[in-house]
Design a protein around this ligand. Sequence first.
Ligand code: NAP
Length: 243
Amino acid sequence: MRNVLITGSSRGIGAACAKVFAENGDRVFINYNNSEDAAVSLVNSLRKSGAECEMFRCDVSSPSEVRLMFNEIEDKFGGADILINNAGIAQFRLFTEITDDEWDRMIASDLSSVFYCCRAALPYMIRQHFGRIINISSMWGQVGGSCEVHYSAAKAGVIGLTKALAKEEGLSGITVNCISPGVIQTDMNSNLLPEDIEALKEETPTGTIGTPQDIARTALFLADKNSSFITGQVIGVNGGIVI
Ligand code: NAP
């Protein structure tokens, strides 16, 4: 049974990944920071359907908390075979109004967290000579989003980290890839008005916005042992809004 750690899996894309991997027969490690009730109810429903599933509270922007989470995973289960770095925050701000604290929080939550989790996960993967790291970036990391400069910078950093780490770990049986979502229906976009959503749909070749399951199914594909020749890639799952 594969062990799959999904950061930020109390809600949204992370929760969809947890369900899809659990349905696939994997042991799923749910990570949450604030949304304990949502995490508990997800764990209960996954267990009810027969899945093996554990829950870890950890703020992945904190290197010491990440260390503690991985220590617990290693003590109880050996390690994580698959790491999905999904946790993240977003913020809409004019560039000139971003404070030092907001900048630091964004970089810590959306980029440093990926560094901390990859660093903690790799020794086990290297020993197993197998690993799958899937980082959730964003189309804004590829093309830049107005009023989301700090978010775009962090997500572009995730793409750079992915490509460089893929080169370093290629001979260790570990692939490192990015999924770059377009607009996905989650709490992160709850600030968008219905007319904003309609405008985004019109801009998108498929005429739709995405679902968390669209991302989860792509992650499942990248995590497969037969996806071993795919590494260092940025897979856009965006309905064609960025090509
Ligand atoms: P969401 O619905 O807002 O959920 C975010 C998740 O991340 C929550 O489970 C939250 O946990 C967790 N999280 C945030 N900061 C954390 C931290 N420091 N430590 C641990 N967990 C943390 O967001 P989403 O739309 O599912 O987004 C998931 C990922 O996809 C993010 O990286 C986001 O940037 C990326 N993405 C989303 C979209 C989109 O349109 N939705 C597009 C492109 C990229 P708690 O609630 O427990 O704190």
